[in-house]
Design a protein around this ligand. Structure first.
Ligand code: NAD
Ligand code: DAU
Length: 337
C-alpha cells in the first residue's frame, strides 16, 4: 500500500510516520510537507534512508504539486495544518489558506486519484468549550461551535471533507482529537514549553487563572487510533479520540512537570489570558472503543514522565528548535519574560 502523509514533518505526522513504518514495514510512505516553522526533518532522521520512505517538499495549497505527490496513492492521512491557537490570534491568514483552501486542494487531488481512503485529522476544538466541573464530554454528535481562528479554520476543513463524501462519494473518515503530547512537539505548546523553559531556568507562563482543562492524549495512542480507523473505521464516519486524564487543569499539570524535573514552583508566572480561551475540553471516546477497540495504553502520569525524559535526553533537538525565529515569536507572544 502507498500512503500519502501530509504534514509528516510536524509533531504528530512525524510520530505517525515512525509508527507506520514500524507496524507496516512493507508499505510505502510519502511525506508531503511545506516545512513551515513547525516542520522539521530532524524528526525523521532515523527513517530518511529507508527505501519505503520518501520526502516531497510542497505546499498543500499548490494543486500541481499535490496532484504529482498523489500519483499511485491508496490512502491519504491529512495532518498538514497551521496548528497553534496563539499564532491564529496573531494572524489568521495562513490558517485559512492552509487549513481550509489547502484541505480543499488535497481533497480534489484525492478524488481525482480515486484513493481508497482519505483520513482527515481534526481537533476537539471545533466543538467549542465545556463548563468547568460539569462532567460533560464532547462526542461525535456535539454541534460545532469554534471560538478561535484556528478552530474555525479546522471546522471549515471538516465540513469540506464531509461535503466531498456526501457530494462526490470520496471515502473519508475523520477524527476529532484531544490535545496531543510526546516526543518532537514544537515547544510553543504548553507541555514542551513548560518542560524546556524549566530546564533552561526560565519562568513558565500560565494563562489567566490556570484553571483551564484539556484532555491529554499521548501521541502514540493517537497514531494507533488512526491505524484502527484506517483498518476498521466505517467510511463517512467520525471518531472522537481522547486520553485518560480526568480534568487535570493547566496549573496542576505544570506543577506535575515541575515535580518530575525537581524544580521549584516559583517558576510559575501568571500572564495575560488568551483571548477567547476555551475553559474545558473533555472527550467521550466510547464510540472508538466500541467500534474500533481503541484504548489508551498507559496512564497520563506514566506518559508525562516518559515525555519529560524524552526532552531531557534530546536537548540538542529542542535547543536548535528554540533558536532563531522561535525567539522572535516568543517575544511577540510573551514580551521579555
Ligand atoms: P504541527 O504544527 O506540529 O505540524 C504541522 C505540519 O504541517 C508541519 O510539518 C508543517 O510544515 C506542515 N504544513 C503546514 N502548512 C503546510 C502546507 N501549506 N503545506 C504542506 N505542509 C504544511 O502540527 P501537529 O501538532 O502535528 O498537528 C497535526 C494535525 O493534527 C493538524 O491538522 C492539527 O490540527 C491536528 N491536531 C493536533 C492536535 C495537537 O494537540 N497537536 C490535536 C488535535 C488535532
Ligand atoms: O485540543 C486539541 C488542540 O490542542 C489542537 O487542535 C491544537 O493544534 C493544539 O495546539 C492544542 O491546542 P491548545 O490551545 O489547547 O494547546 P496549547 O498547548 O497551546 O495550550 C494548552 C493549554 O495551556 C491552554 O489552556 C492554554 C494554556 N497555555 C498555553 C501556553 C502555550 C498556557 O497557560 N500558557 C502557555 O504558554
Amino acid at each position: 500500500m502507498k500512503i500519502l502523509v501530509t504534514g509528516g514533518a510536524g509533531f504528530i505526522g512525524s510520530n505517525f510516520i515512525h509508527y507506520w513504518l514500524q507496524h507496516h514495514a512493507s508499505d510505502r510512505v510519502v511525506n508531503f510537507d511545506k516545512l513551515t516553522y513547525a516542520g522539521n526533518l530532524e524528526n525523521l532522521k532515523a527513517v530518511e534512508k529507508n527505501p519505503h520512505y520518501q520526502f516531497v517538499r510542497g505546499d498543500i495549497g499548490d494543486p500541481e504539486g499535490v496532484a504529482k505527490a498523489m500519483s499511485g496513492v491508496d490512502v491519504v492521512v491529512h495532518f498538514a495544518a497551521e496548528s497553534h491557537v496563539d499564532r491564529s490570534i496573531l494572524g489568521a491568514t495562513p490558517f485559512v489558506l492552509t487549513n481550509v483552501v489547502g484541505t480543499q486542494v488535497v481533497l480534489d487531488a484525492a478524488l481525482k486519484a480515486k484513493v481508497q481512503r482519505f483520513h482527515h485529522v481534526s481537533t476537539d476544538e471545533v466543538f467549542g468549550q465545556l463548563p468547568l466541573g460539569s462532567g460533560e464530554a464532547f462526542n461525535e454528535e456535539t454541534p460545532y461551535n469554534p471560538r478561535n481562528p484556528y478552530s474555525a479554520s479546522k471546522a471549515g476543513s471538516d465540513h469540506l471533507v464531509r461535503a466531498y463524501h456526501a457530494t462526490h462519494g470520496l471515502p473519508v473518515t475523520i477524527s476529532n482529537t484531544a490535545n496531543n503530547y510526546g516526543p518532537y512537539q514544537f515547544p510553543e505548546k504548553l507541555i514542551p514549553l513548560a518542560i524546556t523553559n524549566l530546564m533552561e531556568g526560565k519562568p513558565v507562563p500560565v494563562y489567566g487563572d490556570g484553571k483551564y482543562v484539556r484532555d491529554w492524549l499521548y501521541v502514540t495512542d493517537h497514531c494507533r487510533a488512526i491505524d484502527l480507523m484506517l483498518s476498521k473505521g466505517k467510511v463517512g464516519e467520525t471518531y472522537c479520540i481522547g486520553g485518560l486524564t480526568q480534568d487535570v487543569n493547566n496549573l496542576t499539570l505544570v506543577k506535575k512537570i515541575i515535580a518530575l524535573l525537581g524544580k521549584d514552583e516559583s517558576a510559575i508566572t501568571f500572564v495575560k489570558d488568551r483571548p477567547g480561551h476555551d475553559r474545558r475540553y473533555a472527550i467521550d471516546w466510547s464510540k472508538a472503543k466500541r467500534e474500533l477497540g481503541y484504548q489508551p495504553k498507559h496512564s497520563f502520569d506514566e506518559y508525562l514522565e516518559s515525555t519529560v525524559h524524552w526532552y531531557q535526553e534530546n536537548q540538542d533537538w529542542w535547543q536548535r528548535v528554540k533558536s532563531g525565529a522561535y525567539q522572535q515569536y516568543y517575544r511577540e507572544q510573551y514580551g521579555n519574560r
